[in-house]
Design a protein around this ligand. Structure first.
Ligand code: URA
Length: 462
C-alpha cells in the first residue's frame, strides 16, 4: 500500500500555492512533482470534483499523483475535511452525544446489528451509515435487507426521528453525503489507486465526519479474511485514521482485530441476522459478544457516558442481557419500515425469528473426516464459497441472495467426532462439488491438540 509522506517542503511549486484562481492542470503538476498542497488547493480540487467541473481523467491523474507521491498527515486531514464539506453534513440536537463504529470489513462480521441498538440502549445516539458489500459477503445493509420491509434509505428528517425515538438507525448513504468520495472512489476503482493509505483514510473519515459525530470507534482488521494482511499494516492504517478523525473533532479510538477465522457461526445475510438476534438475546458467540461489548465500551467511554471502557463494556453486556438492546432494535426496525408484526416475530423469542427470514431451498451437511479439536477455519476460503453461493457480489450491479450461506456448527476450540456435522451449506438449486470440497478443506482438525482461548482484539490505538 502506498502511504503518508514525512511532510517536508520539497517542492518549488510551493511558492505558487496562494495564487488564485487556481487552474486544475497547474495543481495536478504540484503533486506530480512531489510538492505539497495547501488547504486552499485541496478545497479547490475537491469542490470541482463535487461540482462535476473536474473531468474523470483529471481526477484519475490527481489520484495517481497522490498514490505515487503520498500525502503528509496535514494534507490527508485537509483532503478529508474538504471531502466532508463537499456535501451535506448532518447536524443533531446539541444536547445529544452522537457516535458510531466503522469496521474495515470481515467475514461473518455482523457486529453493527447488535452494537447500534446496544449503544442506543446505553444513551448514545447512533446515526449509523453503512455500506453494501462488494466482495465476498454482503455488507450491513444487505444483511438488514433480508428482513421483510426494511428500508435502508431514510431522509435526514427520518433519521432524526429514529434517533429521537429509538436512539439509532442503520441506513445507506444518500447522494448528498460526501459526493466527492462517490466520484473519487469510482475513479480509484478503475485506476489502480484503491490501496493508498491517505486516500483510504480520507474516504472513510470524511463519511464518518459528515454524520456529525462526537465520537467514533474503529475496528481495523487484519488477516486472511480482510484486505489488510498483516497486523502492522492494520496498525499503520489505524494510526492514520485515528489521528485524522481526532483532528476533525471526533474523539476516536481503534481496535486492531484478527480476521483469520469467521466471526461467530454464520456467513450469509439472513443467517447473520438470525445470529445477531441471538446476540441481542444475550446468547451470542463469545467472539461476537466480545467485539460488540469492547467496541461499545470504547465508545461509551470516549462519549463520557461511562467513566472508562471497562464500565462501558459492562453496560453494553447488561443491555444485551436485560433485553433493553433488543427493545431498541425492535423499535428501530419499525421506524425503518418493518411492520409491527414482523418486527415482533423477529425480536420476541416465543414467536420465532427464523420464520420470517428467507430460507435457502437446500441444506448440505458437511461432516468431519477425522476426530479431534477444531484448530483453524479459513475465513477467506469460506467467504469465497459464500460469494459463489450468491451471498455477496463481485460487481456493484450483482443481485444478492439473502438466504444462502454457511452455518458453522463447530468453531475453533470445539471438539468434533468422526462423521459429525461441522458446517451446513445453505444453497439454492444445486451446488458444484468444487464448492463442497472448498468447504471441506477449510477446516483443520488436530488430534491431541489443546486449546487456549485467545481474543481477536490484539491492540488498541488511541
Ligand atoms: N472503505 C471506504 O469507504 N473507502 C475506502 O477507500 C476503503 C474502504
Amino acid at each position: 500500500m502506498t502511504g503518508h509522506t514525512k511532510g517536508t517542503d520539497t517542492s518549488a511549486s510551493v511558492g505558487a500555492v496562494e495564487v488564485e484562481p487556481f487552474r486544475i492542470d497547474t495543481l495536478l503538476k504540484v503533486k506530480q512533482s512531489g510538492g505539497r498542497f495547501s488547504p486552499a488547493m485541496i478545497e479547490f480540487l475537491v469542490r470541482n470534483i463535487a461540482k462535476g467541473t473536474m473531468e474523470d481523467s483529471q481526477i484519475g491523474a490527481w489520484l495517481m499523483a497522490m498514490y505515487i507521491q503520498g500525502l503528509d498527515p496535514k494534507e490527508t486531514m485537509h483532503l478529508t475535511s474538504a471531502m466532508k464539506e463537499s456535501g451535506t453534513v448532518l447536524t443533531w440536537d446539541p444536547s445529544w452525544v452522537v457516535g458510531d463504529k466503522h469496521s474495515t470489513g470481515g467475514v461473518g462480521d455482523k457486529t453493527s446489528l447488535p452494537l447500534a441498538p446496544a449503544l442506543a440502549a446505553c444513551g448514545l445516539k447512533v446515526p449509523m451509515i453503512s455500506g453494501r458489500g462488494l466482495g465476498h459477503t454482503g455488507g450491513t445493509l444487505d444483511k438488514l435487507e433480508s428482513i421483510p420491509g426494511y428500508r435502508v434509505m431514510l431522509s435526514a428528517e427520518e433519521m432524526n426521528v429514529a434517533l429521537q425515538k429509538a436512539g439509532c438507525c442503520i441506513v445507506g448513504q444518500t447522494g448528498s453525503i460526501v459526493p466527492a468520495d462517490k466520484r473519487m472512489y469510482a475513479v480509484r476503482d478503475i485506476t489502480g489507486t484503491i490501496d493508498s493509505l491517505p486516500l483510504i483514510v480520507a474516504s472513510i473519515v470524511s463519511k464518518k465526519a459528515a454524520e456529525g459525530l462526537n465520537t467514533l470507534v474503529l475496528d481495523v482488521k487484519y488477516g486472511r479474511g480482510t484486505f489488510m494482511k498483516t497486523q502492522q499494516e492494520a496498525k499503520d492504517l489505524a494510526r492514520a485514521l485515528v489521528d485524522t478523525a481526532n483532528a476533525l473533532n471526533m474523539r476516536t479510538t481503534a481496535l486492531i482485530t484478527n480476521m483469520d477465522t469467521p466471526i461467530g457461526r454464520t456467513i450469509g445475510n439472513a443467517l447473520e441476522v438470525e445470529e445477531s438476534i441471538e446476540c441481542l438475546r444475550g446468547k451470542g458467540s463469545d467472539d461476537l459478544v466480545e467485539l460488540v461489548t469492547v467496541l461499545g465500551g470504547e465508545l461509551l467511554a470516549s462519549s463520557g457516558l461511562t467513566p472508562d471502557a471497562v464500565k462501558g463494556r459492562d453496560a453494553i453486556a447488561m443491555s444485551l442481557k436485560d433485553g433493553s438492546a433488543m427493545r431498541v432494535f425492535c423499535q428501530m426496525l419499525q421506524l425503518q419500515g418493518v411492520s409491527k408484526d414482523t418486527a415482533e416475530q423477529i425480536c420476541l423469542e416465543k414467536k420465532g425469528t427464523s420464520s420470517v427470514l428467507p430460507k435457502a431451498s437446500h441444506v448440505l451437511n458437511v461432516r468431519a473426516t477425522k476426530a479431534g479439536l477444531v484448530t483453524d477455519l479459513d475465513a477467506l476460503a469460506l467467504a469465497k464459497v459464500s460469494l459463489a453461493l450468491g451471498a455477496g457480489r463481485s460487481k456493484s450491479s450483482d443481485a444478492i441472495n439473502h438466504a444462502v450461506g454457511i452455518r458453522l456448527t463447530k468453531v475453533v476450540g470445539e471438539g468434533v467426532g468422526i462423521g459429525d456435522t461441522w458446517a451446513e451449506i445453505h444453497y439454492e438449486k444445486e451446488i458444484p462439488q468444487s464448492l463442497v470440497l472448498k468447504v471441506e478443506t477449510a477446516i483443520t482438525i488436530s488430534k491431541n491438540a489443546s486449546y487456549v482461548p485467545t481474543s481477536r482484539i490484539t491492540e488498541r490505538v488511541h
